[in-house]
Design a protein around this ligand. Structure first.
Ligand code: TYD
Ligand code: MG
Length: 453
């Protein structure tokens, strides 16, 4: 009788290979393959050959009901989830140690426990530690159930026992299944444990939330395969030293991906920031050269951020181009456009661009602001402090429109900005009260406007 074949799993991407190799053929990572005996019974191979045809149903005949959502009571968390936890869904919340994953989910679980039975299973902390945190969060009177366990089968049985409609697992990396002999924390254990929890969610209709640790590189520790198994993947982000925490939906089968929720960590846990559009804005007492405010979009909301540039004479053969919070290649491109279509040559200058507050901007809508800030720094002339600008810059020197221009302008107006420099195609059809909008279509026009101001 043939022995079940062992396979090798990559701890980075979860790829399976039949042989051990030094480098994963799928993701190219080195020394990440580990042996794994799949829990396949000897019968399985034979049974697989004996199956009969399944049934196929025409799409129009498939009945469905709108997914039932449980609001968690934390508005910002519900927002990233797409309106609350969906019954039978599996959500993965990733983030670095100490960022606030346990805090957020204990707060949410305690609030949910007021509506439905909830089990919070922890494999990381003792019950006393969780209770202490609960007291700090002011939720000690919640009818929430706790279990300190690392066996995934026992956790699922406990959840069944208390008829939990929501199960929080803190963290999925501490869970192990008795079906495998490999050590807890290994890739195969993680994969199997997560599979059991997904099965439980789909079978019982309970919502499962898994906490997952993230490595320094920002990937979920263990195989990426977890991201494929679950319905929703959320990441906790923060820049060091800031009390603000952003939860971002990277994948969401039941809502918009890239939606964000913003929280502030305080003495009594995480507090929602309902109106986060201006939290990253720093106001200067006097207008300073090289600084301008732009409006970026995160999910379905606008955020105002300050873009700073410093252009300084360089004596090096290769002047430096450094960008923090923006793509350095994008800056190099903008400087080339500025040279070719704006007549401003910066090859003798170092250029530094920084997005204030540790925000990362991936949108091309910030192009124009980086360009404008660089011109302002070069000339030493400050821009008006009530000016915002946004727009994409093209290689032909054109200023291209960006999506949701009107919403961006309204958000800026709400925060007291009364002048805007935007792509011509983004000029609103009806004037927006409080902002005077100047539409431009070429880089050269932008430079002219700046020289007039
Ligand atoms: P925690 O939720 O334990 O992080 P994770 O589960 O992601 O590892 O949060 C830990 C940090 O949050 C810790 O540094 C203490 C801080 N904290 C507060 O500032 N206020 C609070 O009310 C709580 C509970 C934690
Ligand atoms: Mg924790």
């Amino acid at each position: 009788m043939a022995r079940p074949k062992s396979v090798f799993l990559c701890s980075e991407c979860g790829n399976e290979t039949p042989r051990w190799q030094g480098q994963c053929p799928a993701c190219g990572a080195w020394n990440t393959l580990t042996g794994f005996n799949p829990p396949v019974s000897r019968e399985a191979g034979r049974r697989a050959r004996r199956v009969e045809a399944g049934s196929a149903t025409p799409l129009v005949e498939v009945g469905y009901s709108d997914s039932v959502r449980l609001p968690t009571g934390l508005g910002e968390f519900d927002r990233v989830l797409g309106g609350g936890l969906v019954e039978g869904s599996v959500t993965l919340l990733g983030g670095e140690p100490g960022i606030g994953k346990s805090t957020l989910l204990l707060q949410a679980a305690a609030a949910l426990a007021g509506q439905v039975p909830v089990l919070y299973a922890t494999g990381e902390e003792s019950l006393q530690q969780v209770a202490l945190r609960g007291r700090r969060l002011g939720v000690q009177a919640s009818p929430l159930h706790l279990a300190a366990d690392t066996s995934v089968e026992r956790v699922i049985e406990t959840a069944r026992g208390c008829a939990a409609r929501v199960l929080v697992v803190d963290s999925v990396q501490t869970m192990s299944t008795e079906a495998l002999e490999s050590a807890p924390g290994s890739v195969s254990q993680l994969r199997e444990s997560a599979a059991r929890l997904v099965e439980h969610a789909k079978g019982s209709g309970a919502s499962v939330i898994l906490i997952g640790h993230v490595t320094k590189e920002g990937a979920l520790a263990g195989p990426r395969v977890l991201e494929h198994m679950v319905d929703t993947v959320l990441y906790f982000e923060s820049d060091s030293g800031s009390r603000y925490r952003i939860v971002r939906a990277v994948k969401n089968r039941f809502g918009a991906a890239n939606e964000i929720g913003v929280f502030a960590m305080g003495e009594e846990g995480l507090r929602e920031v309902r109106n986060p559009s201006a939290i990253f804005l720093s106001r200067h007492e006097q207008p300073v050269p090289g600084s301008v405010v732009t409006v970026i979009r995160e999910g379905s909301r606008q955020m105002l951020v300050e873009v700073q540039a410093l252009v300084d004479a360089s004596h090096a053969a290769n002047p430096r181009r450094v960008a923090v919070g923006m793509d350095t290649n994008r800056i190099a491109m903008l400087l080339a456009v500025l040279n070719r279509h704006g007549g401003l040559a910066l090859h003798g200058h170092d250029v530094f661009v920084n997005i204030v507050g540790g925000v990362r901007v991936n949108e091309t809508a910030a192009d124009l602001s980086a360009l404008v800030a660089a011109v302002s720094s070069l000339s030493g002339r400050p821009l008006p402090h009530d000016l915002v600008c946004f727009g994409e810059v093209g290689l032909a020197g054109e200023i291209r429109p960006v999506p949701h221009g009107e919403e961006r302008l309204r958000e800026a107006a709400k925060h007291g900005f009364s002048r805007a420099l935007v792509p011509k195609a983004n000029c609103p059809r009806q004037p927006i009260p409080g902002v005077e909008v100047k539409g431009i279509s070429r880089v050269a026009e932008a430079i002219e406007v700046l020289q007039e101001s």
